[in-house]
Design a protein around this ligand. Structure first.
Ligand code: CTP
Ligand code: MG
Length: 231
């Protein structure tokens, strides 16, 4: 089947505290969004890329990549889930959606390979890149206080960080997101909607260098990882 990359890029990047949405900050001679789009498009199994943009976006049309034949745009929504569902609604029944954050330019080709290879397994229904939790995990007492206090230590066994890309049949994912949103479930990634709909989601152990650029300190880290991958 055909794998279509869906890239939510309609966020404002408030935690990054920059003068523009973080996907338009530059690493080397390209924006973060360009690094991400070109990395995905370079994969031989990704036939096209759909990017969700803020309706008021002034930056995208200035990028060289904006005219690429493999690229289409849709309007993003108020939440990441809304942005993803707008893109999914343009996909065909036989297509797989490989959803990947614009803010994760460091994803590597081996991890794209292992994820996309899953679509060739009989009966495969979906998978995400993930990495096992390394630190000891504390649950704080609920209720906002000036100084958070430990309620208990979580069992770290079988605990993973969910990364992107996340790969699912496009229409099954669209339906899952719609039902999860309708039920008031918090949908912070695609897998959470698929889990809610009762689908099995596989975890693929991947390179932890695939960070989401979120705060200012993540930018030099991403620059380092991108330079490493070129060496
Ligand atoms: N995103 C989106 N539409 C939204 C919100 C987020 O397409 N309404 C995208 C972002 O552009 C980003 C990805 O979803 O590529 C992951 O979200 P996040 O890292 O939270 O980015 P922002 O929402 O932009 O950042 P912040 O939460 O700090 O404002
Ligand atoms: Mg956000």
């Amino acid at each position: 089947s055909k794998v279509v990359a869906v890239v939510p890029a309609a966020g404002v990047g408030s935690r990054m505290q920059a003068d523009r949405p973080k996907q338009y900050l530059t690493i080397g001679d390209q924006t973060i969004l360009e690094h991400t789009l070109l990395k995905l498009a370079a994969h031989p199994d990704i036939t096209r890329v759909i990017v969700a943009l803020s309706p008021g976006d002034d930056y995208f049309s200035t990028l060289a990549v904006s005219n690429a034949p493999w690229l289409t745009t849709v309007n993003g929504g108020d939440s990441r889930a809304d942005s993803v569902r707008n893109a999914l609604s343009t996909l065909a029944d036989d297509e797989w959606a490989l959803v990947h954050d614009a803010a994760r330019p460091c994803v590597n080709h081996d991890d794209l390979d292992q994820l996309i290879a899953m679509t060739r397994r009989p009966g495969f229904g979906g998978a995400i890149l993930a990495t096992p939790v390394r630190d000891t995990m504390k649950r704080a007492l609920s209720g906002a206080t000036a100084q958070p206090v430990v309620a208990h230590t979580e069992n770290r066994d079988n605990l993973w960080h969910a990364l992107t890309p996340q790969l699912f049949p496009a229409q099954a994912l669209l339906q899952a997101i719609d039902s999860a949103l309708a039920a008031g479930v918090t949908v912070t990634d695609e897998a959470s909607a698929m889990e809610f709909a009762g689908h099995q989601v596989m975890l693929l152990d991947s390179d932890p260098a695939n960070i989401k650029i979120t705060r200012p300190a993540d930018l030099p880290l991403a620059r380092f990882y991108l330079q490493q991958s070129l060496m």
